[in-house]
Design a protein around this ligand. Structure first.
Ligand code: HEC
Length: 131
């Protein structure tokens, strides 16, 4: 007996079709999730912070050395530029037409760290005042 001739199977088939539609609908919904959800995360292949411009930095700045050499550093924009100029002068680094964006990315994500300042010593630990 064919499945389709059995009237009792009607509602079951409908459930199955609905289920299929639901599942494929969910799959499509998952596909269109915005990729921006990775913003601020660490790129697993390079270790760079995922922020605007990171693909460009990854492309240019991992050709000769590890990305770690970049990510372990924290410098002002000026010092990043000096480092780039030094590599261009002495290490054959090519001209970077996107230098501004690269500097934006580096100084925003690997910028100078604010100096941590500890709390003041309590009075009794301070040197005696000279009278
Ligand atoms: C053409 C090759 C090349 C490319 C491309 C390159 N570098 Fe370098 N970079 C070097 C060399 C060589 C060194 C020295 C490595 C060493 O000391 O072991 C270096 C060192 C560095 C250092 C350490 C400097 C220091 O004072 O210790 C930093 C930071 C750096 N590179 C950042 C970058 C960034 C950011 C980019 C992308 C804009 C980049 N590099 C692209 C060749 C390159």
């Amino acid at each position: 007996m064919s499945l389709f001739q059995n009237r009792q199977n009607g509602p079951k088939r409908l459930t199955l079709i609905t289920l299929c539609a639901l599942v494929s609908g969910l799959t499509i919904a998952a596909d269109v999730k915005p990729s921006a959800s990775t913003d601020g995360q660490i790129d697993p292949s390079s270790g760079f912070i995922i922020k605007p411009g990171f693909e460009m930095v990854r492309a240019h700045c991992t050709a000769c050395h590890s990305a770690k050499l970049v990510t372990q550093n924290h410098m002002s924009r000026e010092r990043w530029l000096t480092t780039i100029r030094w590599m261009q002068k002495t290490q054959n680094l090519w001209p970077l037409p996107q230098e501004e964006e690269i500097l934006d990315y580096l100084s925003a994500n690997y910028g100078e760290r604010a100096m941590g300042r500890r709390a003041s010593l309590p009075e009794h630990l301070m040197p005696k005042k000279v009278k």
